[in-house]
Design a protein around this ligand. Structure first.
Ligand SMILES: [Zn+2]
Ligand SMILES: [Zn+2]
Length: 342
């Protein structure tokens, strides 16, 4: 009699093959999405990895690239970030600043590979790296983890105090301490407020050509003997903002970082049924992340940094939506636009 049931060993092999095929399909789909997605907006988040502590079959260690005009902010590059960037169609040349919240491995192990790759690719611009000052030794180990010909233009910025760590004509980058048991900093990117010129009012006031730029710089200009004020011919334009809150208990600084931001990227390692564990290990639940977003008046919440104990992120979104409507759970390879100004 033929035996229809495969032997036990063959069944195990089939199960392993199926799991491998699933993982391959998932990676291929992410790569295809990156290749076929429409032209990317100038300001968007690319989730390179969304797992806390250990990578899983479907989630890489942390890693997030925020494209912002001509800048690229790489947040918390965990192990495998270099390969995840390839899947996402992102090159090292896109990175201008690397922001590390703390030196647990899932937030920094990728710095070794990324900095060597920056060197190998001869990235022509300086890449600034921000990290907790007490972790200087870890920074140095990761920067020089193994033999390579180091020609990377990498400038370290150990953080020693809260506040602004970078400011230019267009934006500021600031940081506040979080509560995680080890030194950990959250980040906030803030575009400077500006003004939108109103063409019809400019025309009515007789301001044209180079005079428009002069008016923007000086706040007023004299045209045909009349003083035209900037306020008369333009309206206030609120700067966009993004907050990155990773690995913390609920704390006031998480809310302060996220105050009125357009996009809040927030860890939600646990569900509320494991709130005790979250508190003990210095982490957030999905409900806590949502309450932070609501208290801060954020516009959109991205949940990430999921514990491997959960098989689905759907309950995270459902739990968060009890407190905050506009929420998504990040998956590896996702691209999430910074919401346009209202
Ligand atoms: Zn973590
Ligand atoms: Zn941590």
């Amino acid at each position: 009699m033929p035996h229809d049931t495969p032997p036990h060993a063959a069944l195990e092999q089939t199960t392993r093959d199926l799991a491998r095929a699933r993982a391959h399909l998932s990676a291929t789909q992410a790569y295809a999405r990156a290749l076929t997605s429409p032209p990317m907006s100038a300001r968007e988040l690319i989730a390179l990895g969304t797992a806390s502590q250990v990578p899983t079959r479907y989630r890489n260690h942390n890693g997030y690239l925020l494209r912002w005009d001509d800048e690229g902010f790489l947040f918390d590059p965990g192990e495998g970030t270099q390969r995840q960037m390839i899947y996402a169609g992102v090159t090292t040349a896109a990175i201008t600043r690397i922001c590390i919240t703390h030196f647990h491995g899932d937030h920094c192990l990728g710095l070794a590979g990324i900095s060597q790759r920056i060197s190998l690719d001869r990235v022509p611009h300086t890449v600034h790296v921000y990290y907790p000052g007490s972790g200087q030794v870890y920074y140095e180990r990761l920067r020089q983890a193994s033999i390579f010909h180091d020609v990377a233009l990498v400038e370290p910025h150990p953080i020693s105090a809260p506040g602004e760590i970078h400011a230019d004509a267009k934006l500021t980058l600031s940081t506040l301490p979080l509560e995680h048991g080890v030194e950990a900093w959250g980040y906030r990117l803030q575009e400077r407020d500006s003004r939108t010129m109103l063409p019809d009012r400019l025309a009515a006031a007789g301001v044209r050509g180079p005079a428009v730029r002069r008016l923007m710089l000086d706040g007023q200009i004299v045209v045909d003997g009349r003083t035209v004020l900037l306020d008369e011919v333009s309206v206030h334009r609120r700067g966009q903002s993004v907050a990155f809150v990773m690995d913390t208990r609920v704390c006031d600084n998480a809310v302060a970082l996220a105050r009125d931001v357009d996009l809040l990227i927030c860890e939600s390692t646990y569900l509320d049924c494991d709130a005790d564990k979250a508190h003990d290990h210095g982490h957030l639940t999905a409900a806590e992340a949502a309450r932070i977003a609501a208290a801060a008046g954020a516009r959109k919440l991205v949940l990430t940094h999921f514990s491997q104990r959960y098989t689905s992120v759907e309950p995270f979104v459902a739990e968060a939506q009890q407190y905050f409507d506009n929420v998504v759970a990040a998956n590896d390879g996702d691209t999430i636009a910074v919401p346009p100004r209202a």
